[in-house]
Design a protein around this ligand. Sequence first.
Ligand SMILES: Cc1cc2nc3c(=O)[nH]c(=O)nc-3n(C[C@H](O)[C@H](O)[C@H](O)COP(=O)(O)OP(=O)(O)OC[C@H]3O[C@@H](n4cnc5c(N)ncnc54)[C@H](O)[C@@H]3O)c2cc1C
Length: 445
Amino acid sequence: MAKLHKKTCSNLGDVPEAGEMDELLPGPEDYDLIIVGAGPSGLFCAINSMQKGKRILILEKKNSPGHKLLISGSGHCNITHDGNIRNFLDHFGDHGRFLRPALLGFTNSDLISFFKENGLGMIREKGGKMFPETLQARDVLNILIEQCRALGVVIKCNQAVKSITRKEDGFLVDCENGSYGSRLLVIATGGCTYPATGSSGDGYRFAGILGHRIVEIGPALTPLLIKDYPFSDLAGLSFPDMKISLYRHAKIREHQGDILFTHEGLSGPGILDLSRYIRAEDVLKLSFAPADKRDALEKWLVDMARQDGGRSLLSVLSDLPRFVPSSLPLPSRLIKRILEISGMASDLQMAQLTREMRNRLIDNLTALSLVVSDLCGYNQAMVTRGGVETMEVNPKTMQSRLVKGLYLVGEVLDVDGDTGGYNLQAAFSTGMLAAGSIKSTLLSS
Ligand SMILES: Cc1cc2nc3c(=O)[nH]c(=O)nc-3n(C[C@H](O)[C@H](O)[C@H](O)COP(=O)(O)OP(=O)(O)OC[C@H]3O[C@@H](n4cnc5c(N)ncnc54)[C@H](O)[C@@H]3O)c2cc1C
């Protein structure tokens, strides 16, 4: 298969930066292992698969590795989460079970130790999110690239894989300007959010052609667009730890988290996490006051009307958290809007509040209904839900159950986690788990 090909970006050389070296070299075409995609899962898999005398190639579409890693955590890289790794499983919904061997086999502590041993400490931020002490995603990426270089992993950039074909003794991988053969193959192409980073869903096509079922994909960890949104002019208001209920015919989920009003809808960690389960036309109910305090809320409003009938409802509601525990403090411009939505004048006095009005108001304070018109698309979503069907992948090795020698790691799989460092941990842990199996296969050859 040997032929001439263009050497681009990196090949056992310096840590690659953007750019291309227009050298013509005789191409080392055959490898023991090819990894498609130089994101965290692919790079980490390569580092941990390497052993003496073996040839490992990473093919990367972009002009340098790790574009998505560089923008993670707004460039600070929320690399993992603090706490017991068993708690991570809950943050992946139904897919926690599939990830169990990967996460327990290579934990958050293991990941932190790996970077510490390579000179990069980690710090814990609010809520348990872990970041590199320098708060620079670039430092995380540089360690991965440097490890690849030191171990002799070849990284070729500007090499968009076009097709993967199963051969009797392995795989043939075709790029626009070269073909490569290998015995083992890893698809580490990520999902399809922020496609400008290179992760544009190619891996689903490759896995599909190789026989895998692809669970319907969609944007997740994304802000929402709301139908007839009533809070455009209140964009920027945020609420800590708000309870949000999700309805599709019946209630399907409940979540508590920080939310943010945007110009067109809702965002903030509480919404992003819940978005993994949301579809267009679903109904969200926001609780400014807890639904189980409905009776207390009613009694308080009745008492206030009796005691101080001349006082405005607006001013009474600004005292809500003092009288109804666990209610959120509401700025007066929001109270005005809730009154408007409830069909009441903002100068309404307590004595004018009828039972019917009171019930409508309580409904909107405890469960304000908003209809989701859509999720923001792949350009704003942090991860992709759906992907390669996990039933067809061995959770103990990340090897395909359908195609021998094929491994699938990272976000290309049908796994997605909450915000907080869970997705990067899954990328590293699945990359590591595949590496263990690859290493023993390579050793035995
Ligand atoms: C804005 C943003 C912020 C985020 N912040 C965080 C965070 O702070 N913490 C966290 O845990 N998660 C975060 N995530 C999610 C996290 O970055 C991803 O889940 C993670 O990068 C997935 O790793 P991966 O290796 O599977 O895929 P990716 O990082 O997507 O890497 C896949 C690589 O494959 C390459 N590739 C794709 N197709 C081809 C092809 N045909 N040929 C060759 N190469 C190809 C791509 O160019 C890319 O480099 C964030 C995501 C986004 C978009």
